[in-house]
Design a protein around this ligand. Sequence first.
Ligand SMILES: NC(=O)c1ccc[n+]([C@@H]2O[C@H](COP(=O)([O-])OP(=O)(O)OC[C@H]3O[C@@H](n4cnc5c(N)ncnc54)[C@H](O)[C@@H]3O)[C@@H](O)[C@H]2O)c1
Length: 297
Amino acid sequence: MPQKSYGLLEGKKGIIFGPLDETSLGWQIALSAHREGAKLAISNIGVALRVGKPAELAKIVGDAPLIQCDVSRSPEIDICFKEATEKLGGKLDFVVHSVGMSQNIRKGLAYEESNYDWFLKTLDVSGLSLHRLIHGALATDSLNDGASILGLSYIAAQRSFTTYSDMADAKALLESVARSFGARLGPRKIRVNTVSQSPTFTRAGSGIEDFDKMYEFSDMLAPLGNATAEECGDYVITLLSDLTRKVTMQNLFHDGGYSAMGMTIPMLHLMHDALADEDNMRKAGFTDELIQRNRHE
Ligand SMILES: NC(=O)c1ccc[n+]([C@@H]2O[C@H](COP(=O)([O-])OP(=O)(O)OC[C@H]3O[C@@H](n4cnc5c(N)ncnc54)[C@H](O)[C@@H]3O)[C@@H](O)[C@H]2O)c1
């Protein structure tokens, strides 16, 4: 059932970086923001504007200006903010960073074998770019006091998820930039937060090795199940609204409770049964030492 509008963003203007297609978190955030009354600008990198569907989204959300911008290029960012404020007719009340990319993951390189040029690109595009965006927004005087800035993160910033590779380091950087800028923007009542979302089947998400298994695991463990992209859109709206005006420098988990869980009885039983079969364990990649340790003699 479609959500009703609470008018939470009535009178607000904002820009969303990173919607590609309907699966994108940025896409769903844009739909929710539009429903709540915001006036939007949509941005993505050139190739995404050509091969993805941001233009379609821009139409759906009230003929929003569509602005090409590579978030790893500061001069483009400055131009982007100038264009956004000009076309929206005033300064912005929110900025959403929904951007991520790792060539090391795309090319299937193990973390231990990371290509360092790609690693630096991952950190730049997926983490440092939040710094670049905030810097650009301030330099071009594009933000209203009380604005909300939000980035999308993942729990691999705090805990090890081996297949998340260099994106884990990029997310740690992203969350740290949010804290560092949050502290500095307090006098202007500008908030900076990140939302740590459940695994979600998007273009970026699905590129991760064994993503379907990560998805299943957290879905089974989380008391509320994985949060969907649509639910992410709804949650993010609260953080862009005035109702959360004293929330800043936080990384907020939107994951059905997964991050606070240890184990459930059914999962424990399932694991116990699976571990009874040594061939199964070998197939799953357990070392001989672990198999040995698991023997209860
Ligand atoms: N999908 C998940 O499981 C999941 C979970 C937690 C957090 N996130 C985060 O959510 C955010 C959005 O990703 P998504 O899952 O919706 O995937 P997505 O592929 O739909 O969106 C990623 C976007 O980043 C854009 N992008 C890449 N390089 C860029 C650049 N240099 N400049 C501007 N834009 C660029 C892409 O064009 C794409 O639109 C990312 O930060 C991602 O890490 C995703």
